[in-house]
Design a protein around this ligand. Structure first.
Ligand SMILES: [Zn+2]
Length: 253
């Protein structure tokens, strides 16, 4: 039993414990090019939550990892078979119930550790935070914590070289040979404002990519995956330690 993982813990242990920070890993269930499993974002969420919590715990922070939520916002992939969409309003209801539980039991900080680009918790945390003034709520996209270009040749944001390398490191038995992967070519929007990203519209996934991937995975290796994962764990683990130790009344200087 890892003492910072709620799903592995028992009542005998938990009833005598106090925690400063709860970590809620959040994934998605969706196609990842031809070669990677639907649960890729879930495996990543489980891995990064448990490993970053381990670092923080070993430094002396009282953190507890909640079970991973397996479904994300996939509204733009409605026509891709068995991509399971969870609407933002459903996510907000789940967060609200979890925050109420944490608040009741005196765990006053929550970090949502997000693995899926379609999930955006900002407006939810603003609204729920207003209802729970004793709670500190925040979210973190681990995939934005480190500049990927230090580790990978090809850009991308879904089932790309980074994600494929990670899965070759974490769950190689679930990755098909790279010869079976598509190229992950993304079509660009005809309107420059969207390309330049100062205007936003949801991408219609089946129109922008033929194989569901965005980013060429062919140069992925297990070694790149490990090097990148180690860098993310170190940086996000330190962040989680700081968050657990932070005095919410003395956050700014
Ligand atoms: Zn993914």
């Amino acid at each position: 039993m890892r003492p910072y993982i709620l799903a592995e813990s028992n009542w005998k242990y938990i009833k005598g414990q106090s925690f400063d920070l709860a970590i809620l890993p959040w994934g998605a269930t969706e196609a990842h090019n031809y070669h990677m499993p639907y649960g890729t974002d879930i495996f990543e969420a489980d891995f990064f939550a448990s490993e970053t919590a381990r670092i923080a715990w070993e430094l002396g922070a009282k953190v507890i990892v909640l079970p991973t939520i397996p479904f994300g916002v996939n509204t733009g992939q409605a026509d891709i078979k068995l991509d399971i969409n969870m609407n933002p309003s459903t996510q907000a209801a789940i967060i609200s119930d979890i925050v109420a539980t944490l608040d009741r039991h005196g765990i006053r900080k929550l970090l949502i550790l997000n693995s899926h680009g379609g999930n955006d918790f900002k407006s939810m945390l603003r609204e729920i935070g207003l209802r729970f003034p004793n709670m500190f709520l925040c979210s973190c996209n681990w995939f934005q914590s480190i500049d990927k270009r230090q580790f990978f040749e090809h850009e991308g944001d879904h089932a790309d070289e980074m994600e494929t390398s990670l899965m070759l490191y974490l769950n190689p038995d679930l990755v098909l040979p790279l010869s079976e992967a598509g190229e992950g070519v993304e079509k660009t929007n005809n309107i420059s404002a969207f390309r330049e990203k100062w205007a936003w519209a949801e991408r219609r996934w089946s129109q922008i990519t033929a194989d569901t991937g965005v980013g060429n995975p062919k140069a992925a290796t297990k070694e790149k995956g490990k090097a990148y994962a180690d860098a993310v764990i170190e940086k996000v683990g330190k962040f989680i330690y700081d968050l657990a130790k932070m005095d919410v009344k003395e956050m700014y200087e």
